[in-house]
Design a protein around this ligand. Structure first.
Ligand code: DGJ
Length: 746
């Protein structure tokens, strides 16, 4: 791993032997982008990779009597609009004279071992300095005195570069940052497919692919949360790249609030990728001496296809984004009472559900919404975290005790960022909600958003919840957030700083997470936002798992979990078995199908096991046994996507242990068809020299096959149905049919 600055060529070269990132100081003092991709020799001079401007009518030129320096045609590192470049810039500074131009020129640079921390923001980290090296390039706009430090960390063990931008007003006047992206990258061509992960509540992170075209293609959120609508992640891949071969770049923002991720293809076919806080309504005031830190953006490059790109994110995020004791522990198997009871419960009912779950082998009981204050429906009680004594006569302490006495851990749901109007906090402090004074405040699910941009509000909620967490034996918290932010404004900040509220709100959320995770390090936090509305790397820094979606139907989950896996490791993906007919889509699927999908995530149940038939209950016991045996493999193995549900009627995926001695391959068919063709599925990532013994569904022996055969010819996955009745074998092979193949190297 090396970061080198060549004094002669004025080029920076970051490489870890697999990837290179090269840029230069241009003659106007700004930074020009030269290359991102597979490693190049460190000693090379790559200035010719910058397109030299030929005389082209219409290009605006920087230097007089010269036709060879137009920013419109130059690949840049952190561009700004309006001084010969007409594409969207990465930065915009509104100055006292009303102008918005910037000219950030190189001043100095520093190469430091390791990776400096980001103030108040979640970010990837290293445990030892040898794991990474960081380049900090200082630039200055001489006119307004704005200093900019661009930071680039290259990791020794991950083909990833983490970037951020830091601004400091060293001038004498107040300025406003109206745009400050975390990452900008100009690529020399536009022959890419852009893959995004988009949807809505109960259909999060569906994969959508489109070829780049001239103009801007963008995704983003202006909802105050990273959102169900778009995930802060995008992929650029070559059109012929598939899961296992070809070039792919991933761009991920470590942030939970408003974001923008866009690609602008210009008329010369260059592609400008940008990622950062959404500039809509953003305006950050910087008085002399004040600074602003952008969130971190991570970019990866792989030539082993989309699986290769995902492996980089999975490993990096699992081991160097998630932190705390839970990073290295297996996910406990949990049961959550939400779909079992909704608001209709009391202590005895909960204990009955927990005790049945305990009998089946479940390790953690989670009490969801409705345990506090006046909350018997979704109109009341948020913001008052005192237990409802009618429902829970012994409080949370007593209930937790009863659960613990059964030999189970106890977990609790909270939604700390919200209030209903009937609670003391709202009555005492009506101005503590996000609102614009004098305007109507809209509600979402009958609730209002607490103004977490104000430290006193965060302190109040902290002190309240601290009492609950410190007086009961709580091992897990599900931290929910059930609405988007509207009428964004704060009574706690002056007019000139209202453009800061969206970001300050998220900083407040991070601050509370930081405090609670340090005060209660033994607690496993799971994030949630009406399912997967804040399923982003910012959250995973604090909470190493997240409820992926409120859609718990196994067939819908194939799509959601498949899409989610492009950036996020399985251990982050909360996936539970729920009841049939399913509560979101009213579909009936077998318990086996539901289990086979839910295994590939942080596994649990979302139903009352007491309502199952004795046969089903036995099946649940077997599922739990299976998961306990293989969760290590599922959590720490290498995950491969094999068959894409977005492309057809089948889905398949596999996890392979790091030593390649064990693998679990899940094969799913949605709708049954008659007389299906013979089918072979190639299994990537195995040891071609090993011989694997294959068992289907943990019982049926299939035979032994070499890794070479499974990887090159494939495993026979012909559907059992194929138009035949298999009743004597009791094979279920109608709609929503799944098989798990277990591979063990002999
Ligand atoms: C939304 C979550 O996604 C659900 O799992 C559940 O916790 C409800 N909120 C409770 O209100």
């Amino acid at each position: 791993m090396a970061i080198q600055f060549n004094e002669k060529t004025k080029q920076f070269h970051l490489t870890n032997g697999n990837i290179s990132y090269v840029f230069e100081i241009m003659r106007n003092g700004q930074l020009g982008q030269l290359y991102f991709g597979q490693a190049l020799p460190l000693e090379g001079n790559y200035s010719h990779l910058q397109d030299k401007v030929h005389y082209r009518a219409m290009l605006a030129q920087v230097y007089e009597n010269e036709y060879r320096f137009s920013l419109e045609q130059i690949k840049q590192e952190y561009p700004s609009y309006g001084t010969t470049d007409f594409r969207e810039g990465a930065v915009e500074v509104l100055q006292q004279d009303g102008s918005r131009l910037s000219d950030f020129c190189y001043v100095s640079h520093e190469i430091v071992p390791g990776k400096p921390k980001l103030e108040g923001l979640p970010a990837t980290y290293v445990e030892k300095d040898e794991e990474a090296e960081t380049l900090l390039v200082k630039l200055m706009d001489a006119k307004d005195g704005m200093e900019l430090i661009l930071s680039y960390t290259i990791f020794a063990n991950f083909d990833a570069i983490a970037r951020n931008a830091y601004f400091k007003n060293t001038g004498e006047e107040v300025v406003n940052l109206t745009k400050a992206m975390s990452l900008s990258l100009d690529l020399p061509d536009d022959d890419y497919d852009m893959v995004q992960f988009s949807g809505w509540w109960t259909r999060e992170r569906h994969k959508k692919t489109a070829h780049l075209r001239q103009g801007i293609q963008s995704i983003g959120s202006t909802r105050g949360q990273s959102s169900h609508t778009h995930n802060p992640f995008l992929i650029l891949k070559r059109p012929n790249t598939d899961e296992n071969q070809g070039e792919a770049m991933g761009f991920s923002l470590v942030y939970s609030g408003n974001f923008l991720a866009q690609v602008e293809v210009d008329t010369f076919d260059t592609s400008r990728v940008m990622l950062g806080i959404h500039p809509q309504s953003f305006c950050w005031q910087l008085k002399p001496g004040q600074h602003f830190q952008t969130p971190e953006a991570v970019m990866t490059w792989s030539d082993t296809g989309l699986n290769g790109m995902s492996h980089i994110f999975h490993e990096l995020y699992r081991s160097r984004l998630a932190h705390g004791v839970w990073r290295d522990k297996v996910c406990p198997i949990l049961i959550n009472n939400w779909e079992a009871t909704y608001f209709d419960f009391d202590e005895d009912k909960l204990v009955r559900i927990a005790s049945k779950a305990q009998e089946a082998g479940v390790e953690l009981f989670v009490l969801d919404d409705g345990w506090f204050s006046t909350r018997r429906d979704d109109y009341h009680g948020l913001g008052d975290w005192s237990p409802n004594k009618e429902l829970l006569p012994n409080g949370i302490t007593g209930l937790a005790q009863r659960i613990n006495d059964m030999g189970m851990k106890f977990g609790l749901w909270v939604e700390l960022e919200m209030v209903n109007k009937d609670t003391p906090i709202y009555k005492e402090h009506p101005d503590w909600i996000i609102h614009v004074p004098g305007r109507k405040s809209s509600h979402g699910r009958n609730q209002y958003v607490l103004d977490f941009s104000r430290p006193e509000v965060v302190d109040y909620i902290h002190d309240d919840i601290y009492k609950v967490l410190s007086t009961a034996d709580i091992s897990y918290i599900k931290w929910d957030m059930n609405r988007s932010i509207t009428e964004c404004g704060s009574a706690g900040w002056p007019a000139a700083q209202q453009g800061e509220i969206f970001h300050r709100y998220i900083l407040g959320v991070y601050d509370l997470y930081e405090r609670l995770t340090s005060e209660f390090p033994h607690i496993l936090f799971e994030s949630c936002a009406s399912g997967g509305g804040r399923f982003d790397p910012g959250m995973f820094y604090y909470a190493p798992q997240a409820w992926a979606s409120d859609d718990s139907d196994a067939c819908e989950r194939l799509f959601i979990q498949y899409g989610t896996s492009y950036c996020y490791p399985l251990s982050f993906i909360g996936s539970h078995v729920s009841i049939t007919p399913n509560h979101q889509v009213f579909r009936n699927t077998s318990l086996k199908f539901r289990g086979d999908v839910a295994y590939f995530g942080s596994f649990g149940y979302e139903l009352d096991l007491g309502r199952l038939s004795p046969e089903e209950f036995e099946e649940v016991k077997e599922q739990i046994k299976f998961m306990k045996k293989y969760r290590q493999l599922i959590q720490y193995g290498t995950f491969y996507r094999i068959k894409d549900p977005f492309a057809g009627n089948e889905a398949a995926w596999m996890v392979v242990s790091p030593d390649k001695k064990q693998a679990i391959f899940g094969f799913y068919r949605m709708l049954s068809k008659s007389c299906m063709p013979f089918s072979l599925t190639k299994l990537p990532g195995l040891d071609e020299n090993a011989t694997y013994h294959v068992t289907i569904d943990n019982v049926e022996e299939m035979g032994s096959f070499t890794g070479a055969e499974l990887m090159r010819a494939g495993l026979v996955t012909t559907d059992e149905a194929c138009g035949e009745q298999k009743t004597e074998k009791k094979v279920f092979c109608g709609d929503f049919y799944s098989r798990l193949f277990l591979l063990e190297a002999k």
